[in-house]
Design a protein. Structure first.
Length: 387
């Protein structure tokens, strides 16, 4: 067997190869994180039998994802190594030397010892899924910031509009109105039949003639600032929000397609949608990385923090909020939903509440229980069955 160790970095990587006897077949060499660099890597091993080769990389964030996908589709077998394993080997060396060239041999050694998880087709899909989910998360955050900016602009330009739409400016109807008429003056000067048609069509009949008359009256008496610059900003913000909405819709379709192909039993949990399920399984990755549910709890950052000093031991503590923030968000969101979609979890939640625990504290206990259920489902590959 030939073991190829790759040390991953942002711009360039190092690789070397040894056989089962420890003989160096390819001395450490550097190759760029680019098409030219990847082709250089392939040329170094073009005469090797791929069925007799095993490539090893440390799980170091997203920097190795491009190379992993490239090599996987080229037919290489890939083993993912926990950095703790290579650190352990390094520590066993008297000099504890660390550099990119030596690390390639340490990674190859981990492969020889069997300290790796073999990449499967579904793992490649999960890499793509994680990228999509995290990008979707970023878009949602951008959407929230834009909505805040829009609200601020309307507080200056047309403060009465918030009450007209009953405290929710971020409706399809309000966006349609402001995209066409972004100031009180424009609205008050619009013909009543034109305004009625716009409101009726965009709200699907919820707003009609009476509301149009009321809106014109409010606009005529508005105390908003007459500022064309803010009006332009309002229209730009609405256009940006429309674009983000389209992007989210497109990403959701891609997520659903991948999730359908994976056919994960995470979707059998009541209240967990394609999006939440995708975040959970993509952030967890290979469930066998975690030897028990407690380690998965810690990775999600929903485990209780410890506050202890001398004889003092805090009775109440908050969650640690370490690990993956994306997984923590999904677990907390799923916990809030499963309470109302499953009798067992609802009874568990109400039991905690009856003992005087707050809502957030009780949901925290539900998070703990849900993570243990998810761990069992994924490790044993069984559907949810708590009723």
């Amino acid at each position: 067997m030939i073991f190829i160790g790759i040390d991953i970095a942002k711009n360039s990587h190092f690789a070397s190869a040894v056989n089962s006897d420890g003989e160096v077949l390819v001395n450490p060499f550097s190759f760029q994180n680019s098409k030219k660099g990847f082709d250089l890597f392939i040329s170094k091993f073009k005469n090797f039998d791929l069925d007799n080769c095993l490539v090893g990389l440390e799980s170091t964030g997203h920097y190795g994802d491009n190379l992993i996908c490239f090599l996987f589709h080229k037919g290489f077998k890939i083993g993912i190594i926990n950095p703790i394993q290579t650190n352990s080997l390094r520590s066993s060396n008297i000099r504890k030397t660390k550099n990119d060239k030596i690390d390639t041999f340490l990674i190859a050694k981990c492969l020889q010892l069997g300290n790796f998880s073999l990449m499967q087709e579904k793992d490649i899909s999960i890499i793509k899924l994680r990228t999509l989910c995290r990008f979707r998360f970023d878009i949602i955050q951008s959407q929230t910031r834009l909505k805040t900016q829009l609200t601020t602009c309307l507080d200056l330009l047309f403060p009465e509009l918030d009450n007209f739409f009953k405290g929710n400016l971020h409706l399809k109807t309000s966006y349609a109105l402001l995209e066409k008429y972004s100031s009180p003056k424009e609205i008050s000067n619009t013909r009543i039949d034109t305004l009625t048609k716009l409101l009726t069509v965009s709200s699907k009949g919820h707003y009609s003639y009476d509301e149009a008359v009321k809106l014109k009256s409010i606009a005529k008496n508005s105390i908003g600032i007459e500022n064309p610059a803010i009006s332009i900003q309002v229209k730009c913000l609405i256009n940006q929000l429309a674009l983000l909405k389209e992007q989210i819709s497109s990403i959701d379709k891609d997520i659903k397609e991948i999730m359908d192909n994976l056919n994960s039993n995470i979707l059998t949990i009541p209240g967990i949608s394609y999006t939440l399920g995708a975040i959970i399984i993509s952030e967890i990755g290979d469930i066998h990385r975690f030897s028990n549910p407690t380690k998965l709890l810690t990775y999600a950052g929903v485990d209780p923090s410890v506050r202890q000093s001398g004889k003092f031991n805090a009775k109440t503590t908050r969650i640690s909020k370490r690990g993956s923030k994306h997984l923590r968000y999904a677990i907390q969101r799923a916990s809030s939903l499963i309470i109302w979609n499953n009798d067992v979890f609802y009874e568990y939640y109400t039991t905690k509440r009856s003992k005087g625990k707050s809502h957030n504290n009780s949901v925290g206990h539900v998070c703990n229980k849900l993570v243990r259920v998810i761990f069992k489902l994924l490790t044993e590959n069984i559907p949810f069955n708590l009723s």
